[in-house]
Unconditional design. Structure first.
Length: 119
């Protein structure tokens, strides 16, 4: 009886551990597809956001697109412990603030920043 209970507890712990390693944010942003959790460092229209040492999606945009698009510098973590920075476009209908948690896709600049349900 005790051995059976211990086996069930061990199985539940293993299942919980495996689910925690899935790395799917809010059920739709998969780590393997390039989605990362980040924090907005600063944001503003076009070229008002300083170029970070990391990636900058403005390099792929035309001058006309840059003039009418707002961008955010987002700090995110990859496999290591160091933060990386990326400038990404902000959707027109999205209101963000500095320090807000967001999702970005590091695989493409076409995937815009998405607000996170996290605080």
């Amino acid at each position: 009886m005790i051995a059976e209970t211990e086996c069930r507890i061990a199985a539940l712990c293993a299942l919980a551990w495996l689910c925690g390693c899935a790395m799917v944010y809010e059920g739709k942003y998969d780590w393997d597809q390039g989605w990362r959790v980040g924090r907005v460092i600063r944001f503003g229209p076009g070229m008002t956001v300083a170029q970070p040492a990391g990636d900058d999606c403005r390099q792929q945009a035309s001058p006309a697109d840059m003039a009418r698009t707002s961008y955010a510098e987002v700090a995110y973590q990859t496999e290591g412990r160091w933060l990386r920075h990326r400038v990404v476009p902000i959707p027109q209908d999205m209101a963000i603030k500095e320090g807000q948690t967001v999702y970005i896709n590091i695989g493409t600049c076409g995937s815009l920043v998405q607000a996170s349900g996290r605080s």
